[in-house]
Design a protein around this ligand. Structure first.
Ligand code: 13P
Length: 286
C-alpha cells in the first residue's frame, strides 16, 4: 500500500530502526525494491531522484509505484529525492508522491529556510511529508548524485535547530561524514555531531550516502536518531557488474535480462533492510 513518509519515519524513530530509501528509476528498480519489501514485510521508500526525470516522468514513476505498491501489503512510500527546483517539487505533490525532498542545501541559509518553509506549507496542506538538507556531503566513487567538486560541510547542530523550528520539516538530512558514492577510504562518521543534532531536534534524521557503510556504522547512526538511510550507488554497481558477467557467458532474451536485474536489485535491498531493521527482525524471530 502507498504510504506517507512521516508515518513510516516516526514509527522507525521511536522504535530505533531505520527505513531504507532506495533509488528507483526504471521498472527493474521499482520491482526489485518492492519485492524485497514484500518478502521481508518491512516498509521501504522508493526514491525517485529529480536526476532521473530523463528516465521517466513524475507521472510515470507514480503510476508504476501505485500499480506495484497497491498490490503489496507492506507500506511503500514514493518520495522525490534531491530536488532543488520548486516547480518540480510542487508537481510531485500534485502527482501523488507521499513525500518530497526539497534540497536547498547549496543556497544561503536564509534562502534555504524561505523555500523549504513554502514547500512545507503547501506539502503539509496536501498530506505530503517534506525532507530537507543542511550541510553538504563529499563525493565518493561512481556516484550519480555527487560531483567531484563536492566537499564535506558538516551540519551545524544549532543551525539545524533554527532551520527545523523555522520550516517545520518532517525529516532532516544531515552531513556527518558519509559520501555520495562508494567510499575511497574507511568513512569517518561523526557520531558526536549526530548526537548533538538529535538532542536538539528530536525529529527523524536522514543519512544520505548509505552505499558501502558497515553494519556497525549503520547501527551506531540509528542509535543516535537516523531513521531513514539512502542507498543508490551500490545497487547500480552490483546490477551492472552482475549483468556484465552474465552477458559474458550468455545470449539472453531481453526479458530474461530484466528478470535477472530485478533479482540483483532485490539482493542488495534485502541486505540493507536487514542492517537497518536488526531490532525488528530479531523481535519477529522471538
Ligand atoms: P549512495 O549513492 O552513496 O548510496 O547515496 C544515495 C543517496 O544519498 C541518495 O540520495
Amino acid at each position: 500500500m502507498l504510504a506517507n513518509l512521516k508515518d513510516i519515519l516516526n514509527e522507525a524513530y521511536v522504535n530505533n530502526y531505520a527505513v531504507g530509501s532506495f533509488n528507483s528509476y526504471n521498472y527493474e528498480t521499482f520491482k526489485g525494491i518492492i519485492d524485497a519489501a514484500d518478502e521481508t514485510k518491512i516498509p521501504v521508500i522508493l526514491a525517485f531522484g529529480a536526476k532521473y526525470l530523463k528516465n521517466m516522468s513524475l507521472e510515470t514513476a507514480y503510476s508504476i509505484a501505485k500499480s506495484l505498491g497497491e498490490g503489496s501489503e507492506t507500506p511503500i512510500c514514493l518520495h522525490l529525492d534531491h530536488c532543488n527546483d520548486l516547480a518540480t517539487v510542487f508537481r510531485a505533490i500534485r502527482t501523488g508522491f507521499g513525500s518530497v525532498m526539497y534540497d536547498g542545501s547549496a543556497l544561503p541559509f536564509e534562502e534555504n529556510v524561505k523555500n523549504t518553509k513554502l514547500v512545507c506549507q503547501i506539502a503539509h496542506a496536501c498530506g505530503v511529508s517534506v525532507e530537507a538538507e543542511l550541510g553538504c556531503l563529499a563525493a565518493g566513487e561512481r556516484s550519480h548524485e555527487g560531483s567531484v567538486s563536492d566537499v564535506e560541510v558538516y551540519t551545524e547542530p544549532m543551525a539545524a535547530k533554527q532551520f527545523v523550528d523555522a520550516t517545520q520539516v518532517d525529516a532532516l538530512a544531515v552531513a556527518i561524514g558519509t559520501v555520495h558514492g562508494m567510499y575511497k577510504t574507511v568513512p569517518n562518521i561523526r557520531l558526536d555531531i549526530l548526537e548533538n543534532i538529535n538532542k536538539l531536534l528530536t525529529i527523524p534524521l536522514v543519512l544520505h550516502g548509505g552505499s558501502g557503510l558497515s553494519e556497525k556504522d549503520i547501527l551506531g547512526c540509528i542509535a543516535k536518531g537516523i531513521a531513514k538511510i539512502n542507498v543508490n550507488t551500490e545497487i547500480s554497481v552490483y546490477a551492472v557488474e552482475k549483468t556484465t558477467a552474465f552477458l559474458a557467458n550468455n545470449q539472453p532474451h531481453f526479458s530474461e535480462l530484466s528478470l535477472n536485474q530485478v533479482g540483483y536489485v532485490k539482493e542488495i535491498v534485502k541486505k540493507y533492510i536487514s542492517f537497518f531493521n536488526r531490532q525488528c527482525l530479531a523481535a519477529s524471530d522471538r
